[in-house]
Design a protein around this ligand. Sequence first.
Ligand SMILES: C[S@@+](CC[C@H](N)C(=O)[O-])C[C@H]1O[C@@H](n2cnc3c(N)ncnc32)[C@H](O)[C@@H]1O
Length: 252
Amino acid sequence: MRTQDQSGVEQNLPADVASAGAGAADGVGAAAAGPLVWRDQIVPVSTRFDDPYFSLANGLAETRHVFLAGNDLPARLRPGFHIAELGFGTGLNLLATLIAAEGICEGLRYTSFEAWPLAAEDIARALSAFPEAAARAGPFLAAWDAGLRTFTLGPLQVEVLIGDARATLPTWQGRADAWYLDGFSPAKNPELWAPDLMAEVARHTAPEGSFATYTAAGFVRRGLAEAGFAVSRAPGHGMKRHMSRGRLERTR
Ligand SMILES: C[S@@+](CC[C@H](N)C(=O)[O-])C[C@H]1O[C@@H](n2cnc3c(N)ncnc32)[C@H](O)[C@@H]1O
C-alpha cells in the first residue's frame, strides 16, 4: 500500500504549467499519481490537495445525483453524445456513466482531463468500495494498467488527456455536450475552477451543452456565468445544501 510520500507533499500545482504537464505525462507511478492516504481504509485522499477523491458518504450515489442527474443524464444520451470531465481521478464517474448508459445508447464519447493519473492498483482499491462499479471495472483497469489512455468501455469511447488541464483544455479540438466539473474542492484546488478555465470549458461546449458540479462556491458560479452558462443552484447530495448546474447560453 502506498502511503505518504516521504520526499515531501506538494500543497498545490507547480506554477509552471508546462512542467506540471510534462511531469504528469511521465506516466503511472507514485510521483505521477501523487501521494495518497486512505481514510477508513476505503476512501483515497490526496495529500497534495488534502482532499478525498470522492464523497465519504457514498461517492457513487453522489456521482449519480450531481453529475448524471445534474446534466439530465441518461435522458439526453444519443449516439455521438460527448461527455467531458475535469479530474479523472479513480474513474468512478466514468463507471457511473457506463452503468447509466448500458442498454440505452451506443456510440458515446467520454473525454477526461487529469494531471496526476493514479496507479491501476489504487484505482482498483478505491473502486472496491462500490461493488456495482467494481464489477464493470475489469476492462478499464486492464487498459489503464497497460498504459492505455484511449480505450473502449461498453458504449463509451474513452480518452483521458494527461497533463494540467490549464494547458491541455485550450488546445483540445473537441466540444462536449455535458461537462462533469470534478476538481478537488475549489478552496484547495482553485486553479481547476478559475475563470479562465471556466471560459475554456464554455468554449469547448456544444450549443445547448451543460455542466454540473458538486460545488456552489461563488467564484466558480460567477466564472461559469461570465463564460456564458445560465447557472442555477440545485439541492446538493447528502449533507451538502447546494450544487450547481447550467446550460450554455452564449459563447464569449
Ligand atoms: C475529486 S478528484 C476527481 C474524482 C474523479 N472524477 C473520480 O471519479 O474519481 C479531482 C481530480 O482532479 C485532478 N486535478 C487537480 N488539478 C488538476 C489540473 N490542474 N489539471 C488536471 N487535473 C487536475 C486531480 O489529480 C484529481 O484526480
